[in-house]
Design a binder for this molecule. Structure first.
Ligand SMILES: Nc1ncnc2c1ncn2[C@@H]1O[C@H](COP(=O)(O)OP(=O)(O)OP(=O)(O)O)[C@@H](O)[C@H]1O
Length: 242
């Protein structure tokens, strides 16, 4: 598999707080990478560094083998990166369909005519088609999460980044959203998914990475990583017998 995204020794600090400490990893095309770590570990900052809303102090990022370290966030989006936000950020006074259209025409660069049928298709995938004419502000939490996913997909990403999209959902809602994400991944979209709801992640991802204090603690086959004593102790705070 070819690497779609590569981070090489990416470092970023805010004063004394280091959010990325010589962070290196790669994500192959077609892969789903899960990212876990304690609060404040630097997970969202990592997304900001990848999408270009945060500039690294040092290190290099490559997307499709092109050095994007100094590429603007807008250009990275056009190149195929899209993300959802931890706190859904729709245009609350616009309908679900209008939100999708804005994403498809602005982030996805589509003409309005082409975007219409495309958005219907995306809303079908994200199971929001029957809410197309609902105001975004009137959606349930699950609906808002699905709209976050819709808006990211409308940017036509080859790399989809999900930031705690399962947070706050009931068990049944989580199961339903996981199935949607599985289907999206099944269509060949490469995914990086930050999540505290670990069982949701494990249902989808091929690889799991654990970070703490901006450092990569472990990376590999998800269940093996979860069972490793180092991860249990550092991430879960569980004392493991020597
Ligand atoms: N712009 C900023 N200026 C100063 N400190 C920041 C900034 N952005 C993030 N931080 C700090 O960097 C650390 C990492 O934050 P980040 O949001 O990346 O963590 P996280 O792993 O996503 O946490 P959570 O799981 O709680 O969402 C935190 O201590 C945070 O307060």
């Amino acid at each position: 598999m070819a690497a779609l995204l590569q981070l090489e020794k990416v470092t970023k600090s805010f004063g004394a707080v280091t959010v990325a400490d010589a962070m290196s990893f790669e994500v192959n095309a077609g892969e789903a990478l899960g990212v876990i770590g304690p609060n404040g570990a630097g997970k969202t900052s990592m997304f900001n560094l990848i999408t270009g809303t945060l500039a690294p102090d040092s290190g290099k990022l490559l997307f499709e083998d092109v050095d994007i370290t100094n590429t603007s966030a807008a250009k990275r989006c056009r190149a195929g990166m899209a993300r959802s936000f931890q706190v859904p950020q729709p245009f609350s006074g616009l309908t679900v369909f209008e939100n999708a259209m804005i994403a498809a025409t602005q982030a996805g660069g589509m003409s309005s005519r082409a975007a219409e049928s495309f958005c219907i298709d995306v809303l079908h995938q994200t199971e929001l088609l029957d809410r197309a004419n609902t105001l975004a502000g009137g959606l349930t939490l699950l609906g808002r999460k699905r709209l976050e996913l819709t808006r990211a997909l409308c940017a036509r990403p080859s790399l989809l980044m999900l930031d705690e999209i399962a947070g706050g959902l009931t068990e049944a809602e989580c199961t339903s959203l996981v199935q949607t994400i599985k289907d999206i991944h099944g269509r060949g979209v490469t995914i990086i998914w930050i999540e505290h709801v670990v069982h949701a992640l494990l249902a989808v991802v091929d690889k799991l990475m654990v970070i703490d204090f901006g450092r990569k603690i472990a990376e590999g086959e998800p269940r093996a990583i979860m069972e490793s004593p180092e991860v249990q102790e550092i991430y879960l705070g569980i004392e493991v017998d020597a």
